[in-house]
Design a protein. Structure first.
Length: 164
């Protein structure tokens, strides 16, 4: 039984990571730089449904940043921002869904502007980049993530069965 659950955990994490990478690469023009709406960040709601989503979105972000040609600080710290957000979402999963979506928004809003400044050399003031990244995260996590949450809540079970 344990082998089946660990296999399911790994499969779910791998599928989530792959979807994150595909969404980031397909929407690459909107996934990087100071004004971004990373559609894949909608997946940061998935830790509400399964613990496998925490490593899944982290690894997906890591691989997407590598494939996207991001500099090393973005690969490391951008991926860690997504990991922090996913852990926060998992911890808040019993609360209202809107509250569970706050950690990825805040983590990226605080960390990504520093990456933009020091890894990409973007000359905009940090507070301006916090606002632009925050708006992008509100759209992807808050808007798209909430839609994904509602769609998955209607169809509980399936891929996430036994993990909710």
């Amino acid at each position: 039984m344990r082998d089946k659950s660990s296999s399911r955990f790994m499969a779910q994490g791998a599928v989530i990571a792959a979807i994150y990478v595909v969404l980031t690469v397909v929407f690459a023009p909107f996934s990087f730089k100071e004004i971004q709406v990373r559609v894949a960040e909608a997946l940061t709601v998935l830790p509400v449904f399964t613990p496998a989503a925490v490593p899944g979105v982290f690894l997906g972000c890591l691989v997407a940043n590598i494939f996207g040609g991001a500099p090393l600080p973005d690969v490391v710290f951008g991926s860690l921002a997504t990991l922090l957000g996913a852990v926060g979402t998992r911890l808040l999963r019993q609360r209202r869904p809107a509250l569970a979506l706050v950690p990825p928004i805040v983590a990226n809003m605080l960390i990504v502007p520093l990456i933009l400044r020091y890894a990409y050399g973007v000359p905009l003031p940090i507070p301006v980049m916090m606002a632009t990244v925050g708006v992008g995260e509100l759209i992807s996590c808050g808007g798209l993530g909430l839609l994904l949450y509602k769609a998955l809540s209607v169809h509980r079970g399936g891929f996430f069965k036994d993990n909710i």
